[in-house]
Design a protein around this ligand. Structure first.
Ligand code: FAD
Length: 404
């Protein structure tokens, strides 16, 4: 038996391997990751890890987990090609491996900046633990930091470095922060909070080039012509899915490897899960590619069940969190298609939730420091309950009544 090969040992790949064993799958499972590390949690990298000089990786599973579950974990191996005809994987450094089932859990990588100076030392993006180590090291010696991109990762790092005494400027091309993922009330609130902290936020602006000396970055020049001194430039302008292996094998790709409601690509034995997978979402009927731990682990669980002989379809409720300074942001549902919203709680107290509706139907809740709203939202949506405005206005106790 050749079993299942999993490419990528991040959140999705590791969960797939674990869930295969939990589902009683007893054929070989090989987990291939290109980093030379035990698989670790990514979210802390932009939060606690860069704050604390002593922090090490938070492992996804204990060191012994792989061997004791008969998961053949192969770190430091880079898959270079999928040979579809012979159902084999090729590697840069090793002999090919054959598979019965293949799971693509290759994740995504930071989008590169295409301006002059983007290759200077001190211009970094954050995806892997090596990047976080570099940021931690460089930020110690940097008084001025420029963050390109006002998305979650950029803002988390901006808040952390400002709190550590750096002079931080954030440059965002769109006219508001977090525009790709949350609606205006949250973006506005985050912006106000940053202004209070003394982080400079430039929206509707880009960098036209980066300046350096002896190969090290020294300044960012904005599209308005301003020169911002910077010894460290963080590039947080989004990610692109790692679809090249699939593409080259002729597996359908459209903003990610296309999968059906069971995480199957157009080739029945090949699955895709996590940041690399794009699919029609059961909640909105729209094509999405989500970048969250929830999406990675829930899709992995489902793919594993299907491989082990199950027949369910994907029905997990999407949710996400981000810690930006003293704001714990939590999102549940998807706000695409929302046309009206309601705010509950107090913006001034840094504690409120925005409930988004498409017509009368609740589609998403975005919370700042209101974890109870978030958890209740997750429970309701998982139970297929989408309250209307009146019920939301009656408060959490009234909504809990729905669940009873
Ligand atoms: P990844 O975790 O990226 O794993 C993919 C793996 O595949 C990588 O290890 C890569 O090296 C490997 N790989 C790729 N190509 C090959 C190849 N050819 N051969 C071998 N190996 C290969 N999500 C949240 O929900 N909340 C958060 O607060 C949050 N914070 C984040 C903070 C940071 C700094 C980052 C980077 C991400 C954060 N995310 C957060 C997003 C979340 O981490 C991702 O959605 C999640 O990691 C996706 O899991 P994945 O397994 O699909 O991809």
């Amino acid at each position: 038996k050749k079993g299942t090969l999993i490419i990528g040992a991040g959140h999705a790949g590791v969960q797939t391997a674990a869930s295969l064993r939990e589902a009683g799958y007893d054929e070989p499972v090989v987990l291939i990751g290109k980093e030379n590390e035990l698989p670790y949690h990514k979210p802390p990298l932009s939060k606690t890890f860069i704050k604390d000089a002593q922090a090490g990786p938070q492992l996804l599973r204990g060191e012994n987990f792989y061997a004791s579950n008969h998961i053949d974990f192969r770190p430091g191996l880079h898959v270079t090609r999928i040979d579809l005809a012979s159902r084999r994987l090729e590697f840069a450094q090793a002999a090919p491996l054959a598979f019965d089932r293949l799971v693509l859990a290759t994740g995504s990588r930071p989008r590169r900046l295409s301006v002059e100076g983007a290759d200077l030392a001190g211009v970094v993006s954050l995806r892997e633990i090596e990047d976080a180590r570099l940021i931690r090291l460089k930020s110690d010696a940097s008084a001025d930091v420029v963050v390109l991109g006002g998305g979650f990762i950029g803002l988390e790092i901006a808040a952390t470095l400002q709190a550590a005494g750096r002079n931080v400027t954030v440059i965002e091309a769109a006219d508001r922060l977090l525009g790709r993922v949350v609606a205006q009330p949250i973006g506005e609130h985050v912006r106000q909070r940053f202004a209070d902290l003394g982080v400079r936020i430039l929206t509707g602006m880009t960098v036209s080039r980066l300046e350096g000396e002896n190969g090290y970055v020294t300044a960012a020049i904005t599209s308005a012509g301003e020169r911002l001194p910077a010894q460290l430039v963080i590039v947080g302008v989004g990610v692109v899915p790692n679809v090249e292996l699939a593409e080259q094998a002729g597996i359908a790709v459209a903003n990610g490897v296309r999968v059906d409601g069971q995480m199957r690509s157009r080739v029945a034995e090949i699955f895709a899960v996590g940041d690399v997978a794009s699919y029609r979402h059961w909640l909105t009927g729209q094509d999405v590619r989500l970048e969250s731990v929830q999406n990675a682990t829930d899709q992995a669980r489902l793919a594993a069940q299907i491989i082990a002989g199950g027949s369910e379809t994907y029905k997990a409720v999407p949710w996400f969190w981000s810690d930006i300074g003293d704001m714990k942001l939590q999102m549940v549902g998807l706000n695409t298609g929302a046309d009206n919203h309601l705010v509950v709680g107090e913006r001034q107290e840094n504690s409120f939730s925005a409930y988004h509706f498409a017509g009368e139907r609740l589609v998403a809740i975005e919370s700042v420091n209101r974890p109870a709203d978030h958890m209740l939202g997750r429970k309701m949506m998982a139970a297929g309950l989408f309250p209307d405005r009146n019920l939301v206005l009656q408060g959490n106790n009234a909504m809990k009544g729905l669940l009873a």
